[in-house]
Design a protein around this ligand. Structure first.
Ligand code: MLT
Ligand code: MN
Ligand code: ZN
Length: 304
């Protein structure tokens, strides 16, 4: 299967418009060995022609221009995007839906019931799109069950609930519902190869670790290096509190990934602009390299 990383950054991207943290400042000044990053999204395809978009980032216009396989070519109005899977209802994963309103067909949206409710209440983007291109909603399992997507007969998808967070605007931000966030396994039936995608992952529950063990490639939460990283920008919010497992420290993502077979490709995605791993010359980045962990970048192409 073919995977393209459209956006490897977390909410805000890198640099973030109002951020003067070490990373953002040095990037603007050209004083850091780092790449800018747009907000969180990937696309997956079996044949390189038709793509499932995972998340619709506010940066989607630029992302599509940077990724020719997803561009129109089969008619005067066309797109490589055949379906859209939403991992959660967060702003960085859903605002791009508004940008897709010119579609000449209804958007085929795959999301869980709690995400659907948030996107028709707190942020009613799906209701708004009914006045433009319209939307067909396909509910997703939250118990690891399988689902299919029309036009992707060689793929079997499975989705499960994750411990993370509903968005700050959600009517139930502090009252988590199973399915506010999901992880997805994409399996290509003809090859048996599997991708596990979980960009917002607060806790490694047994079913999460199983998904990591059975997959050939992991694209998992790389938001923060430490739990208190947001202190750098004057916030007392902890990574775990906002639904992201930090990479370092006991029980952190590095430790978890050290228990996954060495043959599995391990890639961090959804990197926040405060994260020291963005600096390719940092000691933290060196630690990841030693552990065989990659850091996703925009336009990265992955073949699984
Ligand atoms: C998150 O995943 O916590 C987000 O990036 C928050 C946001 O988009 O505002
Ligand atoms: Mn996010
Ligand atoms: Zn910053």
């Amino acid at each position: 299967m073919y995977i393209r990383v459209l956006g490897s950054g977390a909410g805000g991207g890198f640099p973030q418009w109002n951020c003067n943290c070490d990373n953002c400042r040095r990037l603007r000044r050209g004083e850091i060995n780092a790449r800018p990053r747009t907000q969180s999204s990937i696309a997956v395809s079996a044949d390189g022609e038709d793509w499932v978009l995972f998340n619709a980032s506010p940066d989607i216009r630029f992302q599509l221009e940077a990724n020719p396989p997803l561009q129109p070519k089969r008619g005067v109005r066309d797109t490589g995007i055949r379906a859209i899977v939403l991992i959660d209802a967060q702003i960085d994963h859903t605002t791009g839906l508004l940008i897709l309103r010119e579609s000449n067909k209804p958007l085929e949206i795959y999301c869980t019931e709690p995400v659907y409710r948030d996107l028709t209440s707190g942020f009613p983007v799906l209701s708004m799109l009914d006045h433009y291109c319209k939307v067909n909603h396909h509910p997703l399992p939250i118990n690891g069950g399988a689902f299919t997507i029309d036009g992707f007969e060689d793929f079997r998808f499975r989705s499960h609930a994750l411990k993370s967070k509903a968005p700050p605007y959600s009517p139930h931000r502090e009252d988590p519902h199973p399915g506010d966030n999901i992880g997805v396994i994409v399996e290509q039936l003809s090859t048996g190869r599997k991708l596990y995608y979980a960009p917002g992952l607060g806790e490694i529950e047994p079913h999460v670790f199983e998904a990591m063990q059975e997959s050939d490639c992991l694209l998992v939460d790389g938001t923060f290096w430490t739990d208190d990283e947001m202190a750098k920008v004057g916030s007392d919010k902890k990574a775990r509190e906002i639904g992201h497992l930090p990479q370092s420290g006991p029980g952190g993502m590095m430790e978890v990934l050290s228990r996954v077979p060495a043959s599995t490709r391990k890639i961090l995605i959804h990197i926040n602009n405060t994260n020291p791993i963005l600096d390719q010359d940092s000691p933290q980045r060196r630690q990841l390299e030693k552990a065989g962990i990659e850091v996703a970048y925009d336009t990265m192409e992955i073949v699984v």
